[in-house]
Design a protein around this ligand. Structure first.
Ligand code: CA
Length: 220
C-alpha cells in the first residue's frame, strides 16, 4: 500500500517516512502544498498524511481541491495541538481523520491502518483470504496458522492483493502501489514477485486473468 506524506518540517517528514516504510508501506513525500496537490491528483495513493500548515498552498486548500476533483483517497490531517477549529475545517473539507501534533507514531500507524481497511471495506485489522491471513498490525502473514517469510516486495504485492481480494488487479496497479514515484519501475519485476509468492502460497491462490492481471482467490 502506498502513502503520500505531506509535511514541510524536514525532521518530522523523515520520521514519518521511516516509520511508514518500516511498517511495510511505500512512501512518497511532498514538502509544500503545490507538489502535494500535484502528486495526490496524478498518482494513486492508498492514504495521505497531510499537514495543514504548508508553504505554497495550505493543506486545507490542497484537500478541497482534491475532493472537488473527485479524488477520494483516505486523508489523515495533522493539526496544531489546540486547533479545534482546524479539525472542524479539515473534516468539513473532506478529511477522514485527524491527529494533533505532537502525536505518537504508533497512534498515527493505527489510524492509517483503520482508514485503509475501511476504504477497502474490511472490518478487521486481520485480512483473511481462505487459508491465508495477513495481520496489518504486525505485518505477519500465515497460511493455515504457519508463519510465512516474505521479502518486503513480496509483502507489498501480497498486501495489495489481500486488500483487493476477489478483484482483478492489473500489473500497472501493482506497480503503482508497490513503488514510490522516483523508483525505477519495471513491470517484469512484478511478475518475478508474483512467481515467488506463488511458490510460497498454496497452489492456485494467485490466478492470472489473461490480459488483465491477477486475482487473489480465497479457495483455490
Ligand atoms: Ca507545517
Amino acid at each position: 500500500m502506498r502513502i503520500l506524506v505531506v509535511e514541510d518540517e524536514p525532521t518530522l517528514a523523515a520520521q514519518l517516512a521511516e516509520a511508514l516504510a518500516a511498517a511495510g508501506y511505500v512512501v512518497d513525500t511532498a514538502a509544500n502544498g503545490v507538489d502535494a496537490h500535484h502528486l495526490g491528483a496524478t498518482e494513486p495513493f492508498d492514504a495521505v498524511v497531510l499537514d495543514l500548515g504548508l508553504p505554497g498552498l495550505d493543506g486545507l486548500t490542497v484537500l478541497r481541491k482534491w475532493r472537488a476533483a473527485g479524488h477520494a483517497m483516505p486523508v489523515l490531517i495533522l493539526t496544531a495541538r489546540d486547533g479545534w477549529h482546524e479539525k472542524v475545517a479539515g473534516i468539513d473539507a473532506g478529511a477522514d481523520d485527524y491527529l494533533a501534533k505532537p502525536f505518537h507514531m504508533e497512534e498515527l500507524l493505527a489510524r492509517l491502518r483503520a482508514l485503509i481497511r475501511r476504504a477497502g471495506g474490511h472490518a478487521s485489522a486481520e485480512l483473511v483470504c481462505g487459508p491465508l491471513t495477513l495481520d496489518t498490525r504486525s505485518g505477519r502473514v500465515s497460511v493455515d496458522g504457519r508463519a510465512l517469510a516474505l521479502t518486503s516486495h513480496e509483502y507489498r504485492v501480497l498486501a495489495y492483493l489481500m486488500h483487493h481480494q476477489g478483484e482483478v488487479v492489473s500489473r500497472s496497479d501493482l506497480i503503482e502501489h508497490i513503488y514510490a514515484q522516483d523508483h525505477d519501475r519495471d513491470s517484469n519485476t512484478v511478475e518475478v514477485f508474483v512467481a515467488r509468492l506463488r511458490k510460497k502460497l498454496p497452489d492456485g491462490m494467485i490466478e492470472t486473468v489473461r490480459g488483465l492481471g491477477y486475482r487473489l482467490a480465497g479457495r483455490p
